[in-house]
Design a protein around this ligand. Sequence first.
Ligand code: GLU
Length: 291
Amino acid sequence: MSQPVFRFAPSPNGALHLGHAHSALLNHDRAKAVGGRFLLRIEDIDTDRCKPEFEQAIYDDLAWLGIDWEKPVRRQSEHFGEYRDALEKLIKADLVYPAFLSRGEVRGIIAEAEGRGEHWPHDPDGVPLYPDAERGLSKRTRARRLKAGEPFAWRLDMEKALEAVGTRLYWEERGSGAEGETGKVRARPLLWGDVVLARKDTPTSYQLSVVIDDALQGVTEVVRGRDLFHATSVQRLLQALLGLPAPAYFHHELILGPDGRKLSKSLKDTGLKSLREAGVTPGQVREMVGL
Ligand code: GLU
């Protein structure tokens, strides 16, 4: 059997907090326990919000926690060409389409439907689904609007994608979702509607790059927070469409703040750097996150 591969994949768009420490330590512990490899991946496709100083802080925080990772680190911003190739495949297969509606136009369509008494569906994160109004635009209209330089996003045509796969999809869950889902979990990508896979000026998205990287890096178990449990449905679908292997998943509980809400990168007091400067030890961090 080949060696198990784990990865911790933070975005350098803010300072790491206790929730990240939990995820990184759990990944690292699980890798060590089974003699597996541990990789660190920098998810920096959002080149506006990601900053070199946050990336450096990730290295400092993880080293302080006693975590070691393989070098060189994969930085997503260095691999846009690979993501573009995968996107091209989906464009050729006619599974994605350029979506031109502005936020205001989307809001207008939804308000109008709700005004007629229609119930508008929301995705698992609570965001209203994108209207399906543009699936049927003619090739000519699309080409003309693209040529005119209109802003757009590449969206997956969810119905076509499910048809192309033609079978139910499942993933192996070794942790659990918020409702205790574990073991063989059925993927429900339809709940997300026509998700964005790339933007006019960025040939990828979180969902697209994560499945490509997990496959390219041979990741066998994805250990991450439960907030990404439902995103796994879309990732499982993309793996099936692109012919990529599916890792097992371990979704862990989230560390909540004193107010019972998910920690955020702007909450200074749970930042790892602040804790370090306040004299907290890595051992105490482990205790604080229940490891
Ligand atoms: N980059 C993502 C984040 O920082 C995590 C991605 C993943 O683990 O799949 O939330």
